[in-house]
Design a protein around this ligand. Structure first.
Ligand SMILES: [Zn+2]
Length: 184
């Protein structure tokens, strides 16, 4: 069975948000289309949501963002879905045993999910972490290239050297993920 996963499609990561990802607003129409497609085809929708408490240790590295019960933590309107199954995390990797939602593994298993379509932000951080976890479970994974925002990064928290869409896509392919395009 298939599932659609939206990674961190939250107001704080989009235009005007507390931790705005450059160009994230450009994928809004594509995310909207994917959500409609999932609803029309009755594909279960999963959403990972970054979720922090005030003074979260992560705020030593990043400006405060996605604080529980704030507008910034809420889903962008294009990804609203009452039936979505939400998995919260206080780090970049949803599969992280301590700060992620490791119960996602059980959910995927219990719902016989064998294929996941994935979209969201940031391609070379949270999306890539989710793909890594999915592939470890042997789940067929499609990354919608035009529904993901990648970041150009210099050496830092997430990378040893320069990192961008190209290096990330290479790693995704090595993980055995498929790259796909959403037709608008
Ligand atoms: Zn965060």
């Amino acid at each position: 069975m298939k599932a659609m996963m939206f990674v961190d499609c939250q107001q704080d990561f989009f235009g005007g948000g507390a931790l705005e990802v450059p160009n994230a607003d450009e994928i809004r129409p594509v995310l909207k289309k994917l959500m409609k497609l999932a609803k029309d085809e009755k594909v279960p929708v999963l959403k990972t949501m970054d979720s922090h408490v005030e003074n979260d240790p992560e705020f030593k590295v990043f400006p405060p963002h996605c604080i529980k019960e704030t507008d910034g933590q809420a889903s962008i309107v294009e990804c609203s879905c009452k039936k979505a199954v939400i998995f919260e995390k206080a780090t970049f990797d949803i599969f992280d045993k301590k700060l992620g939602s490791p119960q996602i593994e059980e959910w995927l298993k219990n719902n016989n999910i064998t294929e996941v379509w994935i979209a969201g932000v940031v391609g070379n951080i949270c999306v890539e972490a989710a793909v890594t976890g999915l592939r470890k479970l042997g789940i067929t994974t499609y990354v919608f290239e035009n529904a993901v925002t990648w970041m150009d990064m210099e050496q830092g928290v997430f990378c040893q050297g320069e990192d961008n869409k190209e290096t990330s896509v290479k790693r995704l392919r090595q993980l055995g993920a498929h790259l796909a395009q959403v037709r608008l």
